[in-house]
Design a protein. Structure first.
Length: 312
C-alpha cells in the first residue's frame, strides 16, 4: 500500500518530545493567507494549484490568522528554556497539510523565511487528514476547513475553525481567550437555555451550583496550557489566559468559577458579559486567539481585528 503520510522534519528547529509537549497542529491555510491559491485550487484543480506553488516556491506566503499565535508560542518556549534548559514541557507546532510534499516546498520555505518554530510538516494524501492527529499526540488542531474541524472534534481532539483575516501582531506574551459554555465547559446550560429560556437556565444553574460543569471541547488544551502557565509567577508569565463569557456574573458566574477551581485551572481574568457584545473587551485584551462557539461573537471579534477561531 502506498504511504499516505509523508513527514518532513524541520532541521532548523529543536525537535520536541511529543509525549511531554503540548502539540498543536495547524493547517497551511491557518498559518498563511492562501486564499488566492485556494481559489485557484477550487476553480482549476489540484494540478494547476501544484504547478502554481512550484513556480512560486521561493516567494514567501503572507501571514494568516494563526501566524502571530505561533510566534507567541515560540516566545513561551524561549522563556521556559531560559529558566530551565532541560525542560521538555514545551509547545510543539506541526503543520498538517493536504499538499503533496512537492507542492508543499513553498510552505516549508515560507516557514523558514519567517523563522517560525515548526518542528514537522505532515503532507497527507488522504481525504481526511485528521486521522493522523492522535498518532502525533495533538492537543489542539486549527484549520480553515470546517469538515476537518468537525472530524477532529469527533476524534476527541480539541479543534477550532480559523477565519482568514489580516492580523496585527499583539504583544509577545501569548494571550488566549476562551468562551465558557460549549468551549471550555459542556453545552448543558446552553441546551436548558434553548428549551426553557434565560429564566430556566438561571434556575438550573442555581440548582446545580455545587456540581462542576461537564468538559467542553477545548478543556484538554486549556488544561495543558494552564500546566505550562504554572511554571511562572503571575508577573513573569509569558502566557495570559482569559474567560470571556455571555453568562451574567451575578446569576451564572459562581458555578463557572467553582468548576475552574475544581479542575485546578487558573484563568488570569474572567469577564461575565451578561449577553453584551464581546468586541470591546477583546479590543482591550488584544489576544492572539479567541475561541467561541457563537458565530455572531466571532464576527464581532473579526470586526475589531481579533484573530478568532470557531468551535462548532
Amino acid at each position: 500500500m502506498a504511504e499516505r503520510e509523508s513527514t518532513v522534519i524541520n532541521t532548523d528547529v529543536n525537535q520536541k518530545d511529543p509525549s511531554e509537549a503540548l502539540v498543536i497542529a495547524v493547517t497551511t491555510r491557518a498559518i498563511f493567507n492562501l486564499e488566492e491559491e485556494h481559489k485557484l485550487y477550487l476553480e482549476k484543480g489540484k494540478e494547476e494549484y501544484a504547478r502554481h506553488q512550484k513556480d512560486n516556491q521561493d516567494k514567501p506566503l503572507p501571514p494568516g490568522t494563526a501566524f502571530a499565535f505561533i510566534q507567541a508560542a515560540q516566545y513561551v518556549n524561549k522563556k521556559i528554556l531560559e529558566s530551565n534548559p532541560e525542560e521538555k514541557d514545551l509547545i510543539d507546532i506541526l503543520v498538517l497539510s493536504n499538499n503533496s510534499p512537492e507542492s508543499g516546498v513553498r510552505i516549508v520555505n515560507s516557514v523558514k523565511h519567517y523563522g517560525l518554530e515548526i518542528s514537522k510538516f505532515c503532507f497527507v494524501s488522504d481525504e481526511d487528514s485528521t486521522a493522523y492527529l492522535k498518532s502525533h499526540g495533538v492537543k489542539l488542531f486549527l484549520s480553515a476547513d470546517r469538515t476537518d474541524v468537525c472530524n477532529a472534534l469527533r476524534r476527541g481532539v480539541s479543534a477550532a475553525l480559523v477565519f482568514q483575516q489580516e492580523v496585527r501582531a499583539p504583544s509577545t506574551q501569548l494571550r488566549v481567550v476562551f468562551d465558557g459554555d460549549a468551549v471550555l465547559f459542556s453545552d448543558e446550560t446552553d441546551q436548558v437555555f434553548q428549551e426553557h429560556g434565560l429564566e430556566g437556565a438561571v434556575q438550573y444553574e442555581r440548582a446545580m451550583e455545587a456540581v462542576p460543569m461537564g468538559e467542553g471541547p477545548l478543556k484538554a488544551f486549556a488544561m495543558h496550557l494552564g500546566k505550562i502557565r504554572k511554571k511562572f509567577s503571575q508577573e513573569k508569565s509569558p502566557i495570559r489566559t482569559y474567560l470571556v463569557t455571555a453568562r451574567s456574573g451575578r446569576d451564572m458566574g459562581i458555578r463557572a468559577i467553582k468548576t475552574l477551581r475544581e479542575w485546578g485551572l487558573a484563568i488570569d481574568e474572567a469577564f461575565f458579559m451578561d449577553g453584551a457584545p464581546k468586541g470591546p473587551i477583546l479590543t482591550q485584551i488584544q489576544p492572539h486567539i479567541f475561541f467561541d462557539d457563537g458565530l455572531h461573537n466571532i464576527q464581532g471579534a473579526q470586526n475589531v481585528g481579533i484573530p478568532s477561531a470557531w468551535v462548532p
